[in-house]
Design a protein around this ligand. Structure first.
Ligand code: SF4
Length: 316
């Protein structure tokens, strides 16, 4: 099999890591590269495993996303139009919530037992378990309730009702990793959900389980609109976006992506790509040296970072 090449690409999560701490970015995209191989050096393997860990809040978010993805895929696979697709596989609130609870219990136990060290792709790992953080049982219970509330909020949301009334034949591929070219750099995107309206326009939906901050989250949807334009030749003026925040209830923020938002999104991508590439020793080959990616001075960041052992900041 041909050797995988560590190519320079861009994504919003990559940008987030770069902004958080240059060294974290290096561990995520360079220092852990190849850690899946049996012959990987110990530190590379460790970085690869630590990179896969998430904290309890991110875990809740990915569980809720995954539950929504699962039920929408199930409806899509049923192959019928509109409401029928949801009724045939009997998607119901209690059933979905129970499945979520079951999965949370299983993943929590696997994480506590360190299963991710055997296979980080297959088993969820939590930073709290890896670093033996003292999280009281009530806090884990609160996380459980938070996940259930978010999924319930989705199932009771107007957005879900609208999706239920649409034909699955008009849905775009769900949670599918795809990329587009932006000024020579591949940009990765994963749309939570999108459908084609009868008038030919596209509705993009993005589920959020964290802080309600539509102003800053709009950039992400503008990048998605740019993706639809570049990869599918869909005019941004035909795209509507819906940010759906899932807490105790669902709060939806709808907006269209105009030229100003697109310009801003392109500016964010351009500046971020340039800043990342500036740190490379060999931009042509995406060659990076650890010492060019300094550790953050903000020890608060280290306290919740998965790589703190590798940085010698375990006791930060
Ligand atoms: S432990 Fe601190 S310095 Fe090291 S990668 Fe994480 S945030 Fe950066």
């Amino acid at each position: 099999m041909a050797e995988l090449e560590n190519r320079f690409t861009w994504s919003l999560s990559r940008d987030g890591s770069f902004r958080y701490c240059p060294r974290q970015y290096w561990w995520n995209y360079y220092g852990s590269w190849g850690g899946w191989k049996a012959e990987a050096p110990g530190e590379v393997r460790t970085a690869y495993v630590l990179k896969s860990l998430s904290n309890r809040w991110a875990w809740v978010g990915s569980l809720v996303h995954s539950a929504i993805e699962g039920l929408l895929r199930q409806a899509q696979a049923a192959g019928a139009d509109g409401l029928l697709a949801f009724e045939r596989p009997a998607i119901g609130v209690d059933r979905e919530l129970d499945a979520l609870s079951e999965r949370m219990r299983r993943e929590w136990s696997e994480s506590r037992d360190g299963e991710y060290w055997r296979n980080p792709k297959r088993h969820v790992g939590l930073i709290e378990h890896e670093y033996r953080e003292a999280v009281p049982p009530e806090e884990w219970q609160a996380m459980h309730q938070r996940a259930r509330a978010a999924l319930r909020a989705f199932l009771e949301s107007d957005a879900y009702q609208r999706i239920r009334r649409s034909s699955p034949t008009r849905w775009l591929p769900i949670e599918q990793l795809d990329s587009f070219d932006f000024e020579g750099t591949p940009v990765w995107v994963v749309l939570d959900f999108a459908l084609e309206r009868p008038d030919g326009g596209i509705d993009i939906y993005d589920w959020k389980t964290g802080e309600v901050k539509p102003e800053s989250d709009r950039t992400q949807l503008a990048i998605y609109a740019q993706y639809l334009h570049s990869a599918r030749q869909i005019e941004p003026t035909h795209v509507s976006t819906h940010l759906v925040y899932l807490g105790q209830t669902a709060r939806e923020f709808d907006f269209r992506v105009g030229e100003a938002e697109l310009k801003e999104a392109r500016g964010v991508m351009r500046a971020s790509i340039a800043a990342m590439r500036t740190r490379l020793r060999d931009p042509e080959r995406n060659g990076a040296a650890r010492e060019d990616f300094p550790l953050t001075d903000d020890l608060e960041r280290c306290r919740v970072c998965a790589f703190r052992r590798l940085c010698g900041r375990d006791g930060a």
